[in-house]
Design a protein around this ligand. Structure first.
Ligand SMILES: NC(=O)c1ccc[n+]([C@@H]2O[C@H](COP(=O)([O-])OP(=O)(O)OC[C@H]3O[C@@H](n4cnc5c(N)ncnc54)[C@H](OP(=O)(O)O)[C@@H]3O)[C@@H](O)[C@H]2O)c1
Length: 374
């Protein structure tokens, strides 16, 4: 059961609105949904300034400087806000290992502050971004995100009859995101040699556009307590190396601390409470008081189901990886809004909510090349 969201009536806040996900979310919101107000909440004034001068100047936008560690500031920012997308995080694995208290303060205590502020401000829906690294975590980043997921889901018990709903969206690596392997291989290719930690490694992949689509879809489906997991393809690291740096020497440097051979999005244990619904896997909460009213028609999954990057049905082919690498180098360095958004930036009449729930169809090997962030 989908809620038809009337975006034109809504005030939306995104924490981490200046990050990779945040900018894509803002771009798509302004182009396709046109909320009444869209608040960008983050710490660094320079990143916010760069967004403004790069075309994010729609009158619906508000730029709030703030830290998720500061509950009072969050409460001020969430006044009259209807929905919150929580994307702010410390997310570099080595940096979280080296600065563990900082990772805890932002990723765990920050999550608690969001929950408290949202309940106090009577926000209706909150979607927090999770990651495959939160599943059976082997590094501190993943462990803090697992805590964050747990407290967001439990946030539904805290809000009680007040009605604020909390859910998570969990996905794997974002194609070409900062510090990821595509930019690394592209740089190393110039030297004729690339480094790979382990030849057997596999990863999930999705584009920022797809990630935003899943969040929008989660907002319309959620009743609070779910973890939404998109069906996304996997890739083999050796195929990616061949796509980006054909003919280069490959040096195997060994698996790094905190790195896994394969990533998981749903464990076998969580698989028992997961359903297949509208092109997504949805991990349902285990509260005694929770009723699956939105998921009555959802498909149960077979006994022993788990979802890992090496047991996936969907795989990116070499050809598709080549297209992705090509698209990445074409768009690398683009910091502003797309030309398409610039053309539609003048506020036009609100969209019909009935037509604007995006279709996130499961990606097939044949169309992944068309899902690169634009
Ligand atoms: N990228 C991926 O491959 C990937 C995969 C799965 C899940 N995710 C999740 O998706 C979310 C967004 O990731 P991303 O790639 O967009 O990250 P990103 O590009 O590093 O952006 C992080 C954003 O958070 C803000 N931020 C950091 N600390 C903050 C704080 N204490 N208070 C307020 N704002 C803060 C940053 O701005 P300031 O520095 O100016 O504050 C920035 O806007 C994260 O939760 C991440 O765990 C990412």
């Amino acid at each position: 059961m989908k809620e038809q969201i009337n975006w034109a009536d809504l005030n939306i806040l995104i924490t981490g609105g200046t990050g990779s996900f945040g900018k894509k979310f803002v771009e798509i919101m302004l182009r396709d949904y046109k909320p009444k107000k869209l608040i960008i909440f983050s710490r660094d004034e320079l990143k916010q300034h760069e967004m403004k001068v790069n075309g994010f100047n729609d009158p619906s936008l508000r730029f709030f400087i703030g830290d998720v560690r500061d509950k009072n500031r969050l409460k001020r920012a969430m006044r009259e806000v209807d929905m919150v997308i929580h994307a702010a995080a410390l997310k570099q694995v080595p940096s979280c290992e080296y600065n563990p208290f900082e990772a805890v303060k932002t990723n765990i205590l920050g999550a608690q502050n969001i929950i408290d502020a949202a309940i106090d401000c009577k926000v209706k829906k909150i979607v927090a971004l999770s990651t495959d690294k939160a599943v059976n975590p082997v590094n501190l980043y993943g462990a803090t995100k697992l805590c964050s997921d747990k407290i967001f889901i439990q946030g539904n018990s805290y809000s009680g009859n007040q009605g604020t709903q909390f859910s998570c969206v969990r996905y794997g690596n974002v194609i070409g995101s900062r510090g990821s392997v595509i930019p690394l291989f592209s740089e190393q290719r110039k030297t004729g040699k690339i480094t790979i930690t382990d030849k057997r490694m596999t990863r999930f992949w999705l584009s920022l556009k797809q990630a935003v689509g899943v969040v929008v879809k989660a907002l319309s489906h959620m009743q609070g307590g779910e973890i939404f997991v998109p069906k996304i393809p996997s890739m083999k690291i050796m195929d990616l190396a061949e796509a980006i740096a054909p003919g280069c020497e490959i040096e195997i440097i060994g698996i790094r601390p905190g790195e896994k051979l394969h990533e998981a999005l749903i464990t076998e244990e969580d698989g028992r409470s997961t359903v297949d619904y509208d092109g997504l896997y949805v991990i349902l909460p285990q509260f005694s008081w929770w009723h699956r009213k939105n998921y009555k028609s959802a498909k149960r999954l077979p006994e022993g189901f788990s979802y890992t990057s090496n047991n996936n049905d969907l795989w990116l082919t070499l050809e598709q990886l080549k297209n992705m690498a090509h698209e990445f180098s074409n768009h690398h360095g683009q910091t502003g809004v797309s030309r398409q958004l610039k053309a539609t930036m003048q506020r036009s009449k609100p969209v019909n909510p009935k037509t604007k729930i995006p279709a996130i169809t499961p990606i097939r090997n044949t169309d992944i090349g068309n899902n690169i962030p634009s």
